[in-house]
Design a protein around this ligand. Structure first.
Ligand SMILES: [Zn+2]
Length: 446
């Protein structure tokens, strides 16, 4: 008798990123031709040859994906989703001018629960349509953002954001922490949501606040998600104010460890890379944002050599201006090669792993997501490689990084539920999202 299943996916290739029961990296990163993925109860039940799957399972629904590669959902390791409403609002400015003269004043005036709800929904729609099934978010009103991610049916890690200065959301560091902890209490039983402490950056957080965050993060076993060493100025200012570089200061405060996710890490020296590696820290590499704000290029090849785990982030849509992790994979790989003079730097399989399993590992979610192996949640993305511009296909993994674009994503499942069906969003009303974006554009420019 056949075993029951909810879903039988029959792609041309399954790219599992890791394989249960084998240490063979070629098999893990390479594509399995004529294999099926079986889903039951939102979980990946089996990955096996297609013939055997059809003989063994009786699925309520079978989806043929004859020209597609099926990959794990992409994990956006750093973003500010609601800032989608500020996309293109202030471009071509260096980081501190951009923040001080444009972004922070606009946020002070306009950010509200309604702004965060509409902006997060808009970003979730963009991310899901581009194959991103999980994002690590840092923004004001995280409870509202969490509710929007749940409405979109997307997996998200919500930052308990902390700053020393007041905003429409909170008055001081204590207030940010109190509100963030209450948010976590409210949402902690939602299976699609997880949490980090998200102190904005070393230059916006005092030592005493870092101390409190560190204690709380240990008590609650939550990651700490923070921008670090983004610009050369940040490092210079820290030397002036504290007599030490930001990472040195954070190390002294006891913050570095396997629960630490440093965003950007562009201006880091070899000793700091070793420090990150020795402490098991993770990096969210945001190549487009680093280039667009003129901050620089993170030394990814040196992270790899030292054994620092990293994933990719889009950063906010105001500093990118796309939420496109397929593009970040390609750019990261090309930059790693160009910056190091080594064409073997960040090869395609490593780039795909960074965008999925390694990012999941940074979020401490790798036991649940990040690869296509039995027992993990079914966050799955189908990429159509049928286009003439994709022909011929010798190696689908190479094509996923160097050829495909997010427009080739056709189907997305989160937790086994269909979110994108033949390029159409299932749960979100795109006309409504357009109308909301237009409303905010008018308001922001009034
Ligand atoms: Zn950021």
């Amino acid at each position: 008798m056949k075993a029951p299943a909810d879903l039988l996916l029959l792609p041309q290739w399954v790219v599992p990123v890791e394989s249960a029961g084998t240490d063979d990296p070629a098999r893990a990163c390479g594509a399995l031709a004529e294999h099926a993925v079986v889903v039951r109860g939102g979980e990946i039940l089996d990955v096996l040859p297609a013939d055997a799957a059809q003989a063994r399972y009786d699925a309520a629904q079978t989806v043929d994906l004859p020209n597609h590669a099926l990959i794990p959902g992409l994990v956006n390791l750093h973003g500010h989703a609601a800032m989608s409403l500020l996309r293109g609002f202030a471009d071509d400015q260096p980081l501190m001018t951009w923040l001080n003269e444009h972004i922070w004043p606009a946020e002070k005036k306009h950010v509200s629960e309604a702004f965060v709800r509409d902006g997060t929904l808009l970003a979730a729609a963009e991310m899901l349509a581009g194959g991103i099934t999980t994002c690590n978010d840092m923004y004001f009103f995280p409870q509202t953002a969490g509710e929007a991610f749940l409405q979109a049916g997307m997996r998200a890690t919500l930052g308990i954001i902390v700053l020393e200065f007041p905003s429409a959301y909170a008055s001081d560091a204590d207030d940010y922490l109190a509100k963030g902890l209450a948010m976590r209490d409210e949402l902690k039983d939602e299976p699609l949501l997880s949490f980090t402490f998200a102190p904005h950056a070393p230059y916006t957080i005092a030592d005493a606040t870092f101390g409190r965050i560190n204690t709380l993060a240990e008590q609650l076993s939550l990651p700490i998600h923070i921008h670090i060493h983004e610009t050369a100025n940040e490092v210079r200012d820290s030397l002036k104010q504290y007599g030490m570089r930001p990472l040195e200061r954070l190390a002294g405060l006891g913050l570095l460890g396997p629960n630490f996710i440093g965003v950007h890490a562009i201006h880091v020296n070899d000793a700091e890379i070793d420090l990150l590696a020795q402490n098991g820290c993770h990096v969210a590499h945001c190549p487009t944002a680093g280039l667009k704000l003129g901050s620089g290029i993170a030394p990814v090849n040196r992270f790899m050599a030292a054994g620092v785990n990293f994933g990719f982030g889009t950063d906010g849509p105001a500093s990118n201006n796309r939420l496109d992790l397929v593009a970040e994979m390609r750019l990261a790989s090309l930059l790693a090669k160009g910056a190091s003079g080594d064409a073997a730097a960040l090869p395609a399989a490593a780039a795909l792993k960074a965008a999925t399993l390694d990012a999941a590992c940074a979020l401490n979610l790798d036991s649940r997501i990040g690869s296509i192996v039995p027992g993990k949640r079914a966050d799955l993305v189908a990429v159509d490689l049928r286009a003439l511009s994709s022909q011929p296909v010798f190696d689908p993994v190479s094509h996923l990084v160097y050829v495909a674009g997010r427009e080739h994503v056709t189907h997305v499942w989160v937790d086994g539920k269909l979110k994108l069906n033949d390029r159409r969003l299932v749960d979100l009303d795109t006309d409504d999202l357009n109308a909301r974006a237009h409303y905010w554009r008018t308001k922001l420019t009034a």
